[in-house]
Design a protein around this ligand. Structure first.
Ligand SMILES: NC(=O)c1ccc[n+]([C@@H]2O[C@H](COP(=O)([O-])OP(=O)(O)OC[C@H]3O[C@@H](n4cnc5c(N)ncnc54)[C@H](O)[C@@H]3O)[C@@H](O)[C@H]2O)c1
Length: 167
């Protein structure tokens, strides 16, 4: 089967959120082998997994780990600033980071002292990461990487930076 990826990504920069583990790590591996520069954007706690990938995968491009939490807007701003200062450009962003709630929805915890039902913070976290985090990723990508897409709404955006963008 023909690969859906371009055959050569030398000099392109790819940011993969949640790139230190699982599906994201496999995506990082695929893009790195095509020669792209890679930014693994993942939680600080994923740094050792990210560094293992950085030390084992070679494809000709450079790879860095940037600690980032997709639910935190300022962290995302830093991520794209750091990417631009290291590689000068962002060409492809894979908004992959996500989490899954493994606890059954109607599995209740009760406060032993009061007998009251406890709130389940895991549920809100799933919404935060999978929805708010992915919206943060897409919004910042369009504003920073492809400002021409919003030029009609905000005339002050500079379209000079236009380039192909895959989200
Ligand atoms: N693996 C599967 O078979 C499968 C199937 C369907 C859907 N999914 C979904 O795909 C997504 C990725 O799955 P996976 O198996 O690769 O998971 P994974 O747990 O192996 O990897 C997810 C990565 O995202 C990172 N991450 C989590 N929260 C983050 C945040 N706030 N900011 C930045 N990074 C964050 C984690 O640190 C981790 O490195 C998940 O949402 C999962 O529910 C996975």
């Amino acid at each position: 089967m023909k690969s859906p990826l371009p055959s050569d990504l030398k000099s392109k920069t790819v940011v993969v959120t949640g790139g230190a583990n699982g599906i994201g790590a496999a995506i990082v591996d695929s893009y790195a082998r095509l020669g792209a520069n890679i930014v693994i954007a993942d939680l600080p706690s994923a740094s050792s997994s990210a560094n293992k990938i950085i030390n084992s995968v070679t494809g000709g491009g450079r790879m860095i780990f940037v600690p980032a939490d997709i639910t935190n807007w300022f962290s995302m701003v830093d991520l794209f600033k750091t990417t631009k200062s290291n590689f000068g450009r962002v060409d492809i962003v894979v908004a992959n980071a996500g989490i899954m709630e493994t606890k059954p929805f109607f599995d209740f915890d009760v406060d032993i002292s009061t007998g009251d039902l406890k709130e389940e913070p895991g549920l809100a976290r799933v919404i935060d990461v999978n929805l708010k985090g992915t919206m943060n990723s897409k919004r910042i990508i369009v504003c920073i990487v492809a400002p021409d897409l919003v030029r009609n709404m905000h005339d002050s955006y500079d379209a000079q930076d236009r380039r192909e963008l895959l989200i």
